[in-house]
Design a protein around this ligand. Sequence first.
Ligand code: PLP
Length: 386
Amino acid sequence: MSLNNTILDTLRELLPPQRPIGLHEPSFGDTEKALVADCLDSGWVSTAGQYVDRFEQDLATYTGIPHAVATVNGTSALHICLILAGVRPGDEVLLPALTFVGSANPIAWLGATPHFVDCEAETLGVDPDRLESHLAEIAEVRGATCWNKQTGQPIRALMAVHVLGHPARMQALAALARRYHLTLIEDAAEALGSWRTGLHSGSWGQLTALSFNGNKIITSGGGGAILTGDPDLANRARHLTTTAKRPHPWAFEHDAVGYNYRLPNLNAALGCAQLERLPERLAKKRRLAESYAQAFASLPGLHFQLEPEDCRSNYWLNLLLLPDAEQRDALLAAANDEGIQLRPFWTPLHRQNMYADAPRMELPCTEALFARGVCLPSSAALGGKE
Ligand SMILES: *Cc1c(COP(=O)(O)O)cnc(C)c1O
């Protein structure tokens, strides 16, 4: 029997019989219904209200990061993080090529340039050792600014991404960012509930973005948040996301070009209810990952991605690495044909039209993971009844 047939048999055995089986489906219970109904009854559905405050406090408490500012989605949270990092037109921002396009787009919105760096096999995130060699070759610090000697542009920030929920090697990345005077931003859109050395994702960056889109580990319909330990950055984030309006009982005065990025109360109510279920959901996702790991361990030629050392990952999406792209494509076709949603990685960003000319280092690990990776159905419900 071919390897792909063995994988399909394993999936059929492990997954429940209904088809289609989605890659990552949300699930809701009575608390969600109660809190959303409460919001409708109160009339507070829009960009202010008690659930927004509560969601922000609950996120800060859960992650241990002092300040949270809720936003309409994860991309807008990253946009504000980049503005607060001082990213300006012409700047470069380092980020992995292997990430969702939402990591890079807000860099381009600011007239800045994404500068793609490679990932590592163990964490799927930025490889700090190879980034260090890359910077030694192309970068130079003058005053308090890091310059790209090849392009003549400043490199302002480093955006680490916790890919599929696995924490990147943040201690090493934070040390590099300090050495090169780069603001460290964490794209933790996929990493709520993921910890490294007992610290939640977002504990190293000056600014961090979360997402609560429908496919993430918990959802508020659409939504995101900015996390930071710095009260001044938190205040500026809240101000900029609220059209930069000066507080006043009735006057409309704005002291900057702001954004309408605040999370509506209706979405925050859903988010509060979902956050209550996070621990239970994490346990189920861990159980599912363990079943996959066990089922695929004995099949030669395959690699199931486990959480990195010293980490507790949320296993947002389970990743299986196949021998090559040909096998990947055949498996994707066969599984999707019978209603089991498997997905490849995002096409790496340097291969997308609009970023094809962006500066980058050699990207062998990105290319290999893209060629071989398949994401498996990962809904929490597959790890047991909720
Ligand atoms: C989902 C996601 C985003 C964007 O979040 P939205 O809420 O969809 O705007 C950004 N980066 C990564 C890595 C993501 O997975």
